[in-house]
Ligand binder design. Structure first.
Ligand code: NAD
Length: 475
C-alpha cells in the first residue's frame, strides 16, 4: 500500500514492500484551492502567448523528459512494479505523443476564417481555462500526458491528481515543464476538491467505473464538461482459420500479462473454436514458456513484475482455481513482494467472475465456442466496450467480424501494445468511456469553438434583405 503519514504519502515498492521508494505531500482541500487559483492566474498569461511559443515550451519539455528517461524509468519501475523495459517504453511513448501534439497543434488549434457571399465567419478555438486531470496508477505517465500535452498546447493550465499508488514519477515529469502545470497528491478527498473547484472548467478522468461515476457526478453538479476513459474487459476472438503461430501467441501472451494484466486494454478473455481448444492451450503454454518470466522488475529478462498492492494480490489469487494452468518461469518471492504466478483458466463457466468482470490481474480465462454468432454474443456481453481483437488468416474476414464488435478499438491479429498508431483515436463505447484520447479527437477535447459571424446582409454597405429584420432562415 501507499500510506498517508501526517500529511505525506509514502510509496512502497510493490516488488519489495520493505522499501519506501519516496514520499510526496498530500494536498488538503485548502492546498488544492491554492493550486487551482495559481493555475487560473497563470492560464490567463499562458493563453495570451502565441501558439508557436507554447509549442516551443512543450518541445523543450519533451527533450528534458527524454534526457532523464533512464532515471525516470527506474523510479516508475520501483513505485509501480512494472518491468524496467515497459517503463522506458511508456515514458518514450509519452515523449512521442507530446511531440505528435506539437506537430499537429497548429492545425487543431488555429482559428478558421471564411469570408464569402454568405458573410464573414471566424471560428475561434478557445481554451477552457483550468483542466483537472485525474489519473490511475497502471500507466501514470502516458495517461497523464494524453491530457497534459493537448491541454497545455491549446492554452489551458492543468492540475494533475495522480493515484497515490504511483505519485512519484509523474510529479518529477511535471517539474520538467516550463508551463502552467501542477500536481496535487492524495486520494478521493483531494480528487473531489479538485474536480468540484469553481475555477476548474474541464475534467479529464481515467480510471474505474466507481471513481468515474463519483467524478462525473461532481463535475455534473457544476456542469463542468468531462472526458471519461473507463475500464475494459477486452475479448480476443480467434476465428477458425487463425493460425496459432509462435509470434502471434507471443504477442497474445504479453497482451494479457504485461503489467501483470493491470492494463485497461489487456486481452482479458480469450475465445477459440471448441474443436481447437486443446491445440490452443498447448500453443499458449509454449508461448508463455518463451516470453513470460515473473520476477523483480529491475532484473534482466523479467517480463512481468508484481501486482500493485496486497489487496490486488489477494483479489488475483481468489480468481485462480486449483486446476488453472500456471504459466512461464517464476523467479519471485510472494512473501516479500506482491507477486502472483500468472495463470490460464481453461473452460470456466462463462458466467464466472473471471470471465464477466474486469480482473485486472495476471489470470486469464480461455473458452471454446461453437459458432461465430455464439462468440459474438459472448464477446459483446457486459457493460464494458473498450478494446477487442480478432485473429484470422484472412484480413477481410477479420475486419467484417470486427465491425460487429461493440468496442471502441479493435485490433486485428494483435492486441494492444504492439504497433498502435497515434493517428487512431482511442476510447470506449457502452460504459467504457465517453470522449476520446489520441489523434485529432483527443486534441479537440481541450478547446471550445466560439464563433464570430457577420452575416452578409448586415455588413456595412450591404442591401438589407426583403422581409425585414426578422427574415429567416438567413441561408
Ligand atoms: P480508480 O478509479 O480507483 O482511480 C483513478 C483515479 O481516480 C485515481 O487518481 C483515484 O485517486 C481517483 N479517484 C477515485 N475515486 C475518486 C473519487 N470518488 N473522487 C475523486 N477522485 C477519485 O482506478 P485505478 O484503480 O487507479 O485504475 C484502474 C482502472 O482504470 C481499471 O478499471 C482500468 O481498466 C481503468 N483504466 C482505463 C484506461 C482507459 O484509457 N480507458 C486506462 C487505464 C486504466
Amino acid at each position: 500500500m501507499s500510506s498517508v503519514m501526517s500529511g505525506f504519502i509514502e510509496r512502497e515498492n510493490p516488488a519489495l514492500f520493505s522499501e519506501i521508494v519516496g514520499s510526496v505531500a498530500a494536498a488538503s482541500p485548502e492546498a488544492v484551492d491554492k493550486v487551482v487559483r495559481w493555475a487560473d492566474a497563470e492560464q490567463r498569461i499562458w493563453a495570451t502567448r502565441p501558439l508557436p511559443d507554447r509549442l516551443v515550451a512543450l518541445t523543450r519539455a519533451s527533450a528534458a523528459i527524454e534526457n532523464a528517461i533512464e532515471d525516470l524509468a527506474e523510479l516508475l519501475a520501483r513505485e509501480s512494479g512494472k518491468v524496467l523495459g515497459d517503463c522506458r517504453g511508456e515514458i518514450g511513448f509519452a515523449v512521442r505523443y507530446l511531440r505528435w501534439v506539437v506537430e499537429h497543434a497548429t492545425m487543431a488549434y488555429a482559428d478558421r476564417e471564411v469570408d464569402d457571399e454568405l458573410g464573414r465567419i471566424v471560428e475561434q478555438r478557445r481554451p477552457f481555462g483550468v483542466v483537472a486531470a485525474i489519473t490511475p496508477w497502471n500507466a501514470p505517465i502516458i495517461l497523464s500526458m494524453l491530457k497534459i500535452a493537448p491541454a497545455l498546447a491549446a492554452g489551458n493550465a492543468i492540475v494533475v491528481k495522480p493515484s497515490p499508488l504511483a505519485p512519484l514519477t509523474i510529479d518529477r515529469i511535471a517539474g520538467l515543464f516550463d508551463a502552467p502545470i501542477r500536481v496535487v497528491h492524495g486520494g478521493t478527498e483531494t480528487g473531489a476538491a479538485l474536480v468540484g473547484h469553481e475555477l476548474v472548467r474541464k475534467v479529464a478522468f481515467t480510471g474505474g467505473a466507481a471513481g468515474g461515476r463519483a467524478v462525473a457526478a461532481l463535475a455534473g453538479d457544476r456542469l463542468t464538461p468531462t472526458v471519461m476513459e473507463l475500464g475494459g474487459n477486452d475479448p480476443a476472438v480467434f476465428l477458425d482459420d487463425a493460425p496459432f503461430a509462435g509470434d502471434a501467441m507471443d504477442r497474445l501472451v504479453m497482451a494479457s500479462f504485461a503489467t501483470s494484466g493491470q492494463v485497461c486494454m489487456a486481452a482479458k478473455r480469450l475465445y477459440v473454436p471448441l474443436a481447437r481448444l486443446d491445440e490452443f492451450v498447448s500453443a499458449y503454454r509454449s508461448a508463455a514458456g518463451r516470453v513470460l518470466k515473473t520476477g523483480h522488475p529491475l532484473s534482466a529478462g523479467v517480463t512481468m513484475g508484481p501486482v500493485i498492492s496486497a489487496a490486488a494480490q489477494r483479489a488475483a489469487r481468489a480468481l485462480i482455481p486449483p486446476d488453472a494452468v500456471l504459466l512461464g518461469a517464476f523467479d519471485a518471492d510472494p512473501s516479500t513482494g506482491y507477486f502472483v504466478h500468472p495463470a490460464l483458466v481453461v473452460a470456466p463457466d462463462p458466467s464466472s467472475p473471471v470471465v464477466v468482470e474486469e480482473q485486472f490481474a495476471p489470470v486469464v480465462p480461455v473458452l471454446g465456442y461453437e459458432s461465430e454468432e455464439q462468440v459474438l454474443t459472448w464477446a459483446n456481453a457486459g457493460d464494458l466496450g473498450l478494446g477487442a481483437s480478432v485473429w484470422s488468416a484472412d484480413e477481410e474476414r477479420a475486419f467484417a467480424f470486427a465491425r460487429r464488435f461493440e468496442a471502441g478499438f479493435t485490433f486485428v491479429n494483435t492486441h494492444n501494445r504492439t504497433g498502435m498508431s497515434l493517428r487512431a483515436p482511442f476510447g470506449g463505447v457502452k460504459r467504457s468511456g465517453w470522449g476520446r484520447e489520441y489523434a485529432g479527437e483527443g486534441l479537440a477535447e481541450y478547446v471550445q469553438t466560439c464563433v464570430i459571424h457577420a452575416p452578409a446582409a448586415f455588413r456595412p454597405g450591404a442591401v438589407a434583405p426583403s422581409g425585414g429584420p426578422s427574415a429567416y432562415p438567413p441561408g
